[in-house]
Design a protein around this ligand. Structure first.
Ligand code: GRF
Length: 201
């Protein structure tokens, strides 16, 4: 299975996936290309340094559908089976989502459906939840909404502040993304409505 990673920033989720592949935790899975919409994204620089094929399509002031068509063509040229959004800070066009239906994963730093949108960890902390976490889900036309593949939860500690909670959630994200890719790559699942259900081997 070939992955296409889309990122806009730091790239720690990309690096965690790359490390899982290197360590043999995702047999049969390869990163075919890393694509960024932001020239200065540290994750893009890291991908170049590690020798992955990379592509840059600057999205600023471009029409969404046109930009996404370029990205989709690049993914197809690299024969990508599964698109992994890893801190990709741009909404996808309906055409893009339709072209990769149930083949786009996103990671979100909250236990969805709580706290969709930006700064989810800060939202959760300010709300005063006692349990926080992250979600890897398929992408559909609604923001942070598609079928859930993996969630990981942690307790909010008395001594937490927003940044410390975000750091501890990020550590869970790195585990969750690998687990979600493993589940999807196994092919041993079915969708029951919006429920992602693993089939027994
Ligand atoms: C993560 O918190 C992820 O959940 C959110 O954006 C952040 C990306 O971090 N979608 P990184 O670029 O993978 O380090």
């Amino acid at each position: 299975m070939y992955l296409g990673i889309l990122l806009s920033g730091r790239g720690s989720n990309f690096l965690a996936i790359a490390e899982s592949i290197r360590a043999g935790r995702l047999p049969g899975v390869e990163i075919a290309v890393v694509i960024s919409n932001v020239a200065e994204a540290p994750g893009l620089a890291a991908a170049r340094e590690l020798g992955y094929p990379t592509a840059l399509y600057i999205s600023k002031s471009r029409k969404r559908a046109e930009h996404d068509a370029d990205v989709a063509a690049c993914l197809k040229a690299h024969r990508v089976d599964l698109v992994c959004l890893a801190g990709y800070m741009r909404l996808l066009s309906p055409e893009f989502i339709a072209a990769f239906r149930n083949r786009i994963l996103n990671i979100h730093p909250s236990l969805l459906p709580a706290f969709p949108g930006l700064e989810a960890q800060e939202q959760a902390f300010a709300y005063g939840v006692k349990i926080a976490g992250c979600t890897v889900h398929f992408v559909d036309e609604e923001l942070d909404h598609g079928a859930i593949v993996v969630q990981r939860a942690i307790s909010v500690l008395e001594e937490d502040d927003g940044p410390s909670l975000a750091r501890r959630i990020l550590a869970e994200e790195h585990i969750a993304y690998t687990e979600a890719i493993r589940r999807v790559a196994s092919g041993r699942y079915e969708m029951r409505g919006r429920r992602f259900v693993l089939r027994q081997p």
